[in-house]
Design a protein around this ligand. Sequence first.
Ligand SMILES: Cc1cc2nc3c(=O)[nH]c(=O)nc-3n(C[C@H](O)[C@H](O)[C@H](O)COP(=O)(O)O)c2cc1C
Length: 205
Amino acid sequence: MHALIVVAHPDPRSLTHGVAAHLAEGITLSDAGHSFEIADLAAEAFDPRFSAADIALHLREGVLPADVAAEQARIDRADALVLVYPVYWWSMPGLLKGWIDRVFTNGWAYDYGADARLVKRLGRLPVHLVGLGGADAGTYARHGYFGAMKTQIDHGIFDYCGARVVTSVLFEAGPDHATAHLEAARAVGRRLFVTSGRYEATDAA
Ligand SMILES: Cc1cc2nc3c(=O)[nH]c(=O)nc-3n(C[C@H](O)[C@H](O)[C@H](O)COP(=O)(O)O)c2cc1C
């Protein structure tokens, strides 16, 4: 089994990159046969701007841009999609949002045609979401921020396309949080291809 791990953080020394690396290590620990590829969107200079070519494709008046085709091909090659990202303004960073905007196209992630019927096209793709927050658990709980993120991201994006969100965790700030998060990330990786049910934050703790 092969995982595509998408990381959206400009600093390779960040905790976000550390979490992605530990998650990848967990995948290789779980079974010698499993593999992964890390898509480092910042290092690869992925362009998140939704352009005239993207809207033309959306309206089924244009052709698939080459960079979008390449991203879709690496998702098509993967048995699981993992997103690792810092929380920016209680959501994903613009870089990752732009990746979704451009790559999860009408005609590939879903079909929404003239008859206004939605066909979900990513039913085969298990998704694992790992967000890192700079705020603590109390702040998230007080404002319901993580619930809002799940509504928007897990349901609004992935369920819309039919992809099953298997893991949805938020690593908040707290005492010794870096060490705990790196260990929890390794555990997510180890269980990536053995988890049948939904994997929540409490499982990672
Ligand atoms: C532009 C920006 C916006 C941020 N917004 C939030 C936020 O809304 N909530 C939060 O918990 N942390 C926020 N943070 C903190 C990041 O989530 C923090 O960087 C994260 O814990 C990951 O750590 P790392 O950057 O070392 O990987 C923000 C950071 C930046 C740079």
